[in-house]
Design a protein around this ligand. Structure first.
Ligand code: DOR
Ligand code: ZN
Length: 433
């Protein structure tokens, strides 16, 4: 299948494309990027009308809930929601029921992905059996079956010796560890950030140190083993300072931040609106500021959604009873564009680097750049379009968003994954043939 995109303003964070270009896609690869391509017969010609074309976004951290929690999300609904958000590759966490902790479950998950997803989904394996933090998985078997990323996200690994062994084996079998840093003895029973807001609302707080002690632990173990580690959803200035120190020391650490942690603080929490309840919690304004600066100065490598869909039943108004998590994959780009680019913290080039190029590099994919020979995963965006978020228009089954009713800028017009149009905003383009 040949698709010709014309009049594209290309931004990929790497190349400097001046003016408008045409892009020819042949099946799963980008075949040509030139000023005018007039000498080919394409099955589809799409006039992008000067809108911005970027490499498809890559999410290294999301939750799809299948198997086991299909009432919250399925591979099908989650992947369609991701496509609407401009994502062409997503990595799904293993905290399903059952937990993805052996090759049989990996194979079954892959079968379901093959049947129901139009975008690329990379499964993440669990680090420990049932994510209990006590017995490590059979990494040899799971890596030979193609699993390249492991995480116990949602359930931190408290035992340092277990984490040390996971890191040792990550070198041996060449896989990436994404770690959820939380000391559960310190965060215990907390529901929002510990501080003036938790005091005001009379809710038990989660101290920043619950995250930071685990970040310290991880970088020390990474240094000791020589392994690399990726820290999930960092949320405090302190975590960032530890990562700065570790990077300066040459420790192989990378980290991600979520769209909600760079846009919202504890002060935005509306009492009884548990769509603001997330783990790690929304932190202080000073932390949000530090995270935005950390993106700019390169300490933070990646923006990952931590898309965590829940049903309304899982999110009653009581903060102690509500599940943690934000359904975010459909809005990630718009949230980041609004709060980072429009507010002058990042350029659009820098944003796309964090959402596509850097995740592609970390995972060793042939994506994240628009050039001949790269995978034909593309996202078309109208950055001038503004809209009011309506949770009822989400494709995701999880309507749990703290952005409902808020105004955002930047809308996804089209997503192309593996050379196929997987999302198109109705009525925006004339598609010929
Ligand atoms: O808010 C969160 N939701 N944080 C996690 O670590 C897990 C996630 C989930 O699975 O719902
Ligand atoms: Zn997560």
């Amino acid at each position: 299948m040949r698709i010709l995109l014309t009049n594209c303003k290309i931004i990929d964070g790497i190349n400097s494309y001046q003016g408008l270009f045409d892009i020819l896609i042949v099946d799963e690869k980008i075949s040509r990027v030139e000023k005018h391509i007039t000498d080919v017969e394409a099955e589809k010609i799409i006039d992008v009308q000067g809108n911005i074309v970027m490499p498809g976004f890559i999410d290294i951290h999301c939750h799809l809930r299948e198997p086991g929690f299909e009432y919250k999300e399925t591979i099908e609904s989650g992947s369609r929601a991701a496509a609407k958000g401009g994502y062409t590759t997503i990595c799904c966490m293993p905290n399903t029921k059952p937990v993805i902790d052996n090759i049989h479950l990996v194979r079954e998950l892959r079968r379901r992905i093959y049947e129901s997803s139009k975008i690329e989904i990379i499964p993440i394996g669990a680090l420990t059996i049932e994510q209990q933090g006590t017995e490590i998985c059979d990494f040899k078997a799971m890596t030979s079956d193609g699993i390249k990323i492991f995480s116990d996200d949602g359930n931190p690994i408290m035992d340092n010796a277990i984490m040390l062994e996971c890191l040792r084996q990550s070198r041996l079998y060449d896989f990436l560890i994404i770690d959820h840093c939380e000391d559960i003895n310190l965060s215990k029973d907390g529901v929002i950030n510990e501080g003036k807001i938790s005091e005001k609302l009379g809710l038990k707080g989660i101290p920043k140190t619950a995250e930071e002690v685990q970040v310290v632990r991880d970088v020390m173990l990474a240094e000791y083993t020589g392994a690399s580690i990726h820290i999930a959803h960092i949320s405090t200035e302190g975590s960032l300072n530890i990562i700065k120190w570790a990077k300066q020391r040459g420790i192989r650490v990378s980290c991600e931040v979520t769209p909600h942690h760079i846009s919202l603080s504890e002060e935005d929490i509306i009492p009884f609106d548990t769509s603001f309840k997330v783990n790690p919690p929304l932190r202080k304004v000073e932390d949000v500021d530090a995270l935005r600066k950390g993106l700019k100065n390169g300490l933070i490598d990646i923006i990952a959604t931590d898309h965590a869909p829940h049903s309304d039943l899982d999110k009653p108004g009581d903060f102690y009873k509500a599940a943690n998590g934000i359904s975010g994959i459909e809005l990630s780009f718009s949230v980041c564009y609004t709060y980072l680019v429009k507010e002058g913290f990042l350029t659009l080039e820098e944003l796309i680097e964090k959402m596509s190029c850097n995740p592609s590099k970390l995972l060793g994919l042939n994506k994240g750049v628009i050039a001949k020979g790269r995978d034909s995963d593309l996202t078309v965006v109208d950055i001038d379009s503004e809209f009011i978020v309506d949770r009822n228009q989400f494709i995701s089954k999880g309507k749990n968003t703290p952005f409902h009713g808020k105004k955002l800028w930047g809308e996804i017009l089209m997503t192309i994954s593996k050379g196929k149009v997987v999302y198109e905003k109705e009525g925006r383009f004339n598609v010929y043939r």
